[in-house]
Design a protein around this ligand. Structure first.
Ligand SMILES: [Zn+2]
Ligand SMILES: [Zn+2]
Length: 52
């Protein structure tokens, strides 16, 4: 699995979050700790929803 934002392998990260897309719920958003801290915007591949 990779971070949705930066593509970093989250297996090597100790802190990361995974949650379904808030809009369509079909895609799982995976964010590593650094992307979460930096509040990088993520994008859902299904519905093109973007959000922090
Ligand atoms: Zn990341
Ligand atoms: Zn979506």
């Amino acid at each position: 699995m990779n971070c949705t934002n930066c593509g970093r392998k989250i297996e090597s990260e100790s802190v990361w979050v995974r949650f379904p897309c808030p809009k369509c719920g079909k895609t799982e958003i995976i964010r590593c700790d650094s992307c979460r801290t930096l509040e990088n915007p993520y994008k859902c591949e299904q519905c093109r929803f973007t959000g922090p």
